[in-house]
Design a protein around this ligand. Structure first.
Ligand SMILES: CC(C)(COP(=O)(O)OP(=O)(O)OC[C@H]1O[C@@H](n2cnc3c(N)ncnc32)[C@H](O)[C@@H]1OP(=O)(O)O)[C@@H](O)C(=O)NCCC(=O)NCCS
Length: 162
């Protein structure tokens, strides 16, 4: 189905295109320009060296169609938080679910993380479905965890441990 590889600086244009979708209602990351995205991507290798963040491009049919990654908790380095987004053209095909399963394997087996978390706003049904289809357990609601569009918003916490 999909495969994951480390993100390249040359993925910037695709990510800029994908992320500037007004239908990414619940996604907090907004990119101002392709150049800004390139600068962000350039920091990836340093973040891996420091064991802070591991970000991957999602490849399908030889094309970059999205991204996923794991951010390590600074104070508790056995914990990682998974994030993801996909080009709207490919939504509803199970591709993010497939990507998250592959990312989880990397996170548990190579990065040796012990606990993985996924957080999302409760209204982000597609994201809730991804977490549930990947077998994550719903641990509860974190009140006012996000600040988006001038409002504090609750988020759901999902996790899996090994
Ligand atoms: C969240 C996101 C990555 C999901 O990607 P995707 O590839 O479509 O996910 P999948 O196809 O693997 O699974 C989504 C599931 O949700 C279901 N779904 C989506 N919207 C739904 C809705 N409104 N009601 C019920 N089910 C819904 C899909 O049918 C699918 O389930 P199925 O396989 O049983 O049919 C994508 O919607 C996205 O990029 N959103 C914007 C960025 C974002 O919000 N990221 C997450 C931040 S926490």
């Amino acid at each position: 189905m999909v495969y994951l590889r480390y993100q390249k600086v040359s993925d910037a244009e695709r990510f800029y295109e994908i992320l500037n979708n007004p239908n990414f209602e619940f996604f907090e990351v907004k990119v101002g320009s392709v150049e800004e995205e390139r600068e962000w991507l350039m920091k990836n290798s340093e973040k891996r060296k420091k064991n802070q963040e591991y970000n991957y491009s999602i490849i399908y049919d030889d094309m970059v169609i999205g991204a996923c990654g794991v951010v390590i908790d600074l104070r508790r380095p056995h914990i990682g938080e998974i994030g993801y987004f996909l080009d709207e053209q490919y939504w509803g095909m199970g591709l993010t679910t497939d990507a998250v399963k592959k990312l989880e394997k990397i996170a548990f087996e190579s990065l040796k993380l012990v606990r993985l978390e996924i957080r999302m706003e409760p209204e982000n049904i597609a994201s809730v479905m991804v977490a549930e289809k990947c077998g994550y357990n719903r641990e509860g609601v974190i009140k006012k965890a996000y600040f988006r569009d001038e409002k504090y918003r609750d988020c759901l916490l999902y996790s899996k441990v090994r």
